[in-house]
Design a binder for this molecule. Structure first.
Ligand code: ATP
Ligand code: MG
Length: 365
């Protein structure tokens, strides 16, 4: 999958223009506050997702304007396709291949992209929720039905938690926990198996990318950590029995706490560099490399599952990486269209453009 052109009008500080990237590496350089991240954010919006900066819709419209319009022409599944997005009145509306779509979610899955920005370092730095969300979001892109599983699990969890809070005042309700334990275990097994299998698929490419970025100097590993003890990670029956046993063992504690202390909503993904947890012991550069390797691996797995590689967006990734790590990113990401931003121009690295005050200039080699 690759982008042929992107047009923007009134999008943040970007001047009305049409940008034609190359099919390989695109380096977008410019001083601070010129519009580099705005361009990356603009491309990301075509995936149908929300701004990775957590921005509200109206914040995307250029100051003083009433609407913003962006359009993308890209090649996927062997044919040229287009998406147009108009933002106004706090809402986004999309047209996919000339057909208006009522909901942004109807666009998800047409244009696929993986984004890395400094915000994503929280994937290592923060608690397990970020890492579970990373796996869940990736699985939703590969298999939209996974989102249904998550919703069912969350609903059962909320019901069980509400019941746990009522039990101290109404002991007779305790028997009803069995119903929700069963439901949690049933959906939890499917989620756990899907996540385990995804992490297994991700581990190989993540290791290769990490070794590439670190020039093979450091070892890297990913491991799914279940809050339920079970050796049989792929056997649904055995897993269900373990989940039910754990829920039962924790029942008294759960009633005291007023929430469910065990289950897939408490699982984590361990990111290990040189045998130690990256979150606790990794340097800033190692953590950055780890997130980067995970994002590139996400692109790789998504590419394998869908049959074509997604577009890779790397914002501000080069700062804090030493020259060998930079070289890997700029020269050895074959077969993917990549957009990478940086402050300094890097000679000889892909197609280079410069952004100045929202205007894009081509830089001839
Ligand atoms: P850095 O190297 O510091 O990350 P950048 O080139 O990535 O800089 P951007 O985040 O793209 O910079 O922002 C560029 C400019 O866009 C900022 O000066 C910001 O004030 C401006 N900007 C943000 N939102 C809007 C908007 N809605 N309308 C007009 N300008 C905006
Ligand atoms: Mg930026």
């Amino acid at each position: 999958m690759f982008i042929k052109s992107i047009a923007f009008e009134n999008f943040r500080n970007l001047e009305k223009d049409v940008f034609i990237p190359s099919e390989g590496i695109n380096v977008i350089c410019g001083d601070n506050a010129q519009g580099k991240t705005n361009l990356i954010e603009c491309i990301w919006l075509f995936t149908g997702g929300r701004s990775f900066r957590g921005s509200k819709e109206n914040e995307l419209i250029a100051f003083g304007q009433k609407f913003a319009r962006i359009s993308l022409c890209f090649v996927s599944e062997g044919r040229e396709q287009n998406i147009e997005i108009t933002i106004s009145g706090g809402k986004r509306a999309a047209v996919l291949n000339d057909v208006p779509k009522k909901l942004m979610s109807q666009v998800i899955g047409s244009f696929c992209s993986v984004v890395f920005s400094p915000n994503h370092l929280t994937l290592i730095k923060n608690g397990p929720e970020e890492r579970r969300n990373f796996i869940d979001a990736a699985l939703c892109q590969i298999k939209p039905s996974y989102a249904v599983l998550l919703t069912r699990y969350k609903r059962a969890l909320n019901e069980r938690n509400a019941l746990l809070k009522d039990i101290p005042r109404h002991r007779e309700l305790e028997d009803m926990l069995d119903i929700w334990d069963e439901k949690l275990a049933e959906e939890g097994v499917k989620i756990s198996i899907a996540r385990n299998s995804y992490v297994e698929k991700l581990s190989g490419p993540a290791l290769i990318f990490y070794e590439g970025i670190s020039s093979g100097r450091e070892s890297f590993g990913l491991e799914y950590r279940s809050s339920v003890n079970n050796e049989e990670k792929t056997n649904p029956q055995a897993l269900k029995v373990s989940m039910l046993t754990s829920l039962n063992q924790k029942r008294a504690e759960d009633i005291l706490c007023g929430y469910t202390t065990v289950g897939v909503h408490r699982d984590d993904l361990s990111v290990i560099i040189n045998g130690r947890e990256a979150r606790k012991f990794g340097s800033q550069g190692q953590q950055r490399s780890a997130v980067l390797a995970m994002k590139l691996a996400e692109a790789n797995v998504l590419g394998t599952e869908r049959g074509e590689a997604p577009v890779v967006l790397l914002d501000d990734v080069l700062s804090e990486l030493d020259p060998a790590r930079q070289d890997y990113l700029l020269n050895r990401l074959d077969g993917m269209q990549v957009f990478i931003t940086c402050c300094e121009r890097i000679k000889g690295a892909g197609n280079a453009v410069r952004i100045e005050n929202g205007k894009i200039f081509s830089l001839e080699e």
